[in-house]
Design a protein around this ligand. Structure first.
Ligand code: ATP
Ligand code: MG
Length: 310
């Protein structure tokens, strides 16, 4: 019996609610300043996060940084540090981690480089090209790894880990259609394990990127781990098509890139992302947005299935 485990690289934030509402950011910040002997001050919560959130810090000298923390399982966050460093050393455009440590009441924090820019308003050809460059950098980063995001996708699609099908059926209008599309993928694809050689961001979508002149950055990287990079491509596509953020030609470029990856893996990853994404709409009380996203998600799931059969 396969264990229902989450990727080695971190939590799957979409389905495991991280409860840190009870911890005040000022308490965390004073622990940070004590530990590293610094004088970071709180500016504001950055817009965009639905989960733990990210906070902008500044110093009297005008420098800025970002504070994130999680209230539980500190080893998940702390364990990501080495992987972030290794990926950055290869040119992966994630913010540098300036410091990390254990937070009061059992959590962990990270202070990271602040990237001064905005998520691109639309996934157009330029952004698609930048994303493809990022995915290429992720190839074969962990030649000897096992498990990770591929194992998670496999478990969700073939063994219904975390009972996501039931939750999606009952929690999102149109959820039954999503479940049926994932079942079709499970029937069409052979259930061999997925590969684990690449780096996977684990939450790669337009909202977790920041555009600066000449460079697209990826943020919210704490769940990074091993797996097939098709997982990140599947998430980019399902979110962007579902939320109507992608131009037709950019979508075609991304699907073209996917056709050159292992198509069975891409379809299985798409199925897993479809369920976790639909479940997230339900958990965050965004059922109207979820209902609006279902038609696009269905198109993306059908396209992934068609590619796998081609
Ligand atoms: N290092 C950074 N530099 C600049 N902005 C950042 C940085 N990290 C995060 N942000 C901004 O803060 C927002 C929230 O951060 P992040 O996505 O890491 O938090 P989250 O709550 O985990 O989000 P999610 O709900 O997507 O899981 C991001 O969407 C991004 O716009
Ligand atoms: Mg985010």
């Amino acid at each position: 019996m396969t264990k229902r485990c989450q990727p080695a690289g971190g939590g799957v934030k979409r389905h495991v609610r991280v409860e840190n509402a009870g911890v005040d950011v000022r308490v965390v910040l004073s622990a940070v300043n004590n530990e590293i002997g610094d004088r970071w001050q709180l500016e504001r919560r950055l817009a965009g996060g639905l989960n733990e959130g990210a906070y902008l810090l500044s110093r009297p000298d005008g420098s800025r940084a970002v504070l994130k923390w999680r209230a539980s399982e500190p080893e998940r966050l702390l364990g990501a540090r080495e992987r972030v460093e290794a990926a950055r050393a290869r040119g992966w455009p994630a913010p540098a981690w300036l410091a990390a440590g254990r937070a009061p009441a059992g959590g962990a924090w990270v202070v990271q480089e602040f990237i001064d820019g905005r998520p691109p308003p639309q996934l157009n050809d330029l952004v698609a090209e930048q994303m493809i460059e990022i995915l290429d950098l992720q190839a074969s980063m962990f030649p000897a790894a096992a498990g990770g995001w591929g194992q998670w996708a496999w478990g969700v699609v073939f063994e219904d880990w975390h009972d996501l099908r039931d939750r999606v059926r009952s929690g999102v209008p149109g959820g039954r259609q999503v479940v049926a599309a994932v079942d079709a993928i499970a029937r069409a694809c052979s259930p061999e394990p997925l590969s684990s050689r690449d780096l996977v961001h684990g939450n790669f979508n337009l909202a977790n990127t920041i555009a600066t002149p000449g460079r697209l950055w990826v943020v919210d990287v704490e769940a990074l781990g091993a797996g097939p990079r098709a997982y990140d491509l599947a998430e980019v596509l399902l979110v962007a098509v579902g939320e109507g953020q992608v131009t037709e030609s950019a979508a075609a470029r991304l699907w073209g890139y996917g056709a050159g990856l292992d198509r069975r893996e891409l379809a299985i990853c798409a199925g897993s992302v479809g369920l976790t994404m639909a479940d997230a709409f339900a958990r965050h009380d965004r059922t109207d947005e979820g209902a609006a996203a279902v038609p696009g998600m269905m198109r993306a799931l059908e396209q992934a299935l068609a590619l796998a059969g081609a």
